[in-house]
Ligand binder design. Structure first.
Ligand code: SUD
Ligand code: ADP
Length: 285
C-alpha cells in the first residue's frame, strides 16, 4: 500500500546583497558579479498539493502585484522539470515584486524544492535552474554565500557571519533590473578581496562592508532618487551600522545589532513614511 500523497510547503526567503560588485560583462550582455548574499527570516510561502493539473493561486499581502500566468516564476520552475506532473500550487506573496530582494527567484527555488518532494524526482540540472534567473542558484542554496559569474558560481563563506538583524525598506517604486545594469558608468569595477576576512562582530561586518559597494546603487538612484532618501532614513535610525541598497533596488537594508533596535527602527520608519514597505527580520544564519 503506497503512502497518501502529502502537501509540501517551502519558505522562500528574501535575498539580500550585502555588497554587489559588477566586475565585467559577458558577450551575451549578462554582467559578471561578485556579491555577498544573505537571507532574511522573512519571505513568501509556497505550498504544493497533489492534483491532476498544474495550477497556481496567489494569496497574501503582495498578491496584487503579480499575475498567476505562465510567466510566473513558480510555473516556469514547474516546467523546468521537463514534462511536469500535476500540482495545485499556492504562493503566499509577502515580498514586494521586482524589488531587489529576489522574491521571484526565491519563489522559483522554493517551488523547485517543493515539487521535487511532491513528485519524488530530482531537481532540474544547473543550466535549467540558472535559466530561471541569475539569482535562482543562490536562492536554491539558501545559505549565505559569495556569488560570482552571472550568479552561478557560489562559494560558502569561509567564516560564519556575526548575528545581525535587518530592516528592509522599499519605497514602493519599481526599477527595471536590465535598465539599472544599462545605466552603469563602468562595467569593470574591482571585485571583492580574494579572501574574505573573519568578521566577529556586527561592527567588523559593517566596517568591512563600508569598504565594499553596491555598484548598481548609482544607476538605480539616478532612475529613482527616493532610494537615496531611503538610505538616509535607515542610516539615521539608532543602532543602524550600515544602510545600503540590495540587488538592483529599490529595496534598501539596514544592519542592526538586535531584534529590539531593528523593530524600533521599523516602527519609526513606518510612522514617518506611511507609503513605504518596511519589515524587520533576523538575518538567517
Ligand atoms: C541584480 C541581482 C543581484 O543579485 O538581483 P535583483 O535585483 O534581481 O534582486 C541579480 O543578479 C538579478 O537576478 P535575476 O533577477 O534572477 O535576473 P534575471 O532574471 O536572470 O535577469 C534579469 C535581467 O538582469 C540583467 N542581468 C541579470 C543578472 C546578471 N548577472 N547580469 C545581468 O545583466 C539582464 O539584463 C537580465 O535580462
Ligand atoms: N513569483 C514571482 N514573484 C515575483 N516576481 C515574479 C514572479 N514571477 C515572475 N516574476 C517577475 O520577475 C521579475 C523580478 O521579480 P523579483 O524577483 O521579485 O525582483 P528582483 O529580481 O528585483 O529581486 C518581476 O518583473 C516579476 O514580474
Amino acid at each position: 500500500m503506497s503512502a497518501a500523497p502529502v502537501t509540501v510547503a517551502e519558505f522562500a526567503r528574501a535575498k539580500v546583497n550585502l555588497c554587489l560588485h559588477v566586475t565585467g560583462q559577458r558577450a551575451d550582455g549578462y554582467h559578471l558579479l561578485d556579491s555577498l548574499v544573505v537571507f532574511a527570516d522573512l519571505g513568501d510561502r509556497i505550498t504544493c498539493a497533489p492534483a491532476d493539473q498544474l495550477s497556481l493561486t496567489i494569496t497574501g499581502p503582495e498578491a496584487a502585484g503579480l499575475a498567476a500566468d505562465q510567466d510566473n516564476l513558480v510555473l516556469r520552475a514547474a516546467r523546468a522539470f521537463g514534462r511536469p506532473e500535476g500540482a495545485a500550487i499556492t504562493l503566499e506573496k509577502s515580498l514586494p515584486v521586482a524589488s531587489g530582494i529576489g522574491g521571484g527567484s526565491a519563489d522559483a527555488a522554493a517551488a523547485l524544492v517543493a515539487l521535487s518532494k511532491l513528485w519524488h524526482v530530482g531537481l532540474p540540472d544547473a543550466g535549467a535552474v540558472l535559466r530561471l534567473g541569475a539569482d535562482v542558484p543562490v536562492c536554491l542554496a539558501g545559505h549565505p554565500a559569495r556569488m560570482r559569474g552571472v550568479g552561478e558560481l557560489l562559494s560558502p563563506l569561509p567564516h560564519p557571519l556575526p548575528a545581525a538583524h535587518l530592516v528592509l525598506v522599499n519605497p514602493r517604486v519599481q526599477v527595471s533590473t536590465p535598465s539599472v545594469f544599462k545605466g552603469l558608468a563602468r562595467k569593470d569595477n574591482p571585485p571583492l578581496p580574494p579572501e574574505l576576512p573573519r568578521l566577529k562582530s556586527l561592527t567588523d561586518l559593517a566596517t568591512f562592508l563600508t569598504m565594499q559597494r553596491n555598484d548598481l546603487e548609482a544607476p538605480a538612484q539616478a532612475a529613482e532618487p527616493v532610494i537615496a532618501a531611503v538610505k538616509t532614513a535607515l542610516g539615521g535610525q539608532p543602532g543602524c551600522h550600515l544602510a545600503r541598497m540590495s540587488g538592483s533596488g529599490a529595496t534598501c537594508f539596514g544592519l542592526f545589532p538586535d531584534a529590539q533596535s531593528a523593530a524600533a527602527a521599523a516602527h519609526a520608519l513606518r510612522a514617518r513614511h506611511a507609503g513605504w514597505w518596511v519589515e524587520a527580520a533576523a538575518m538567517a544564519a
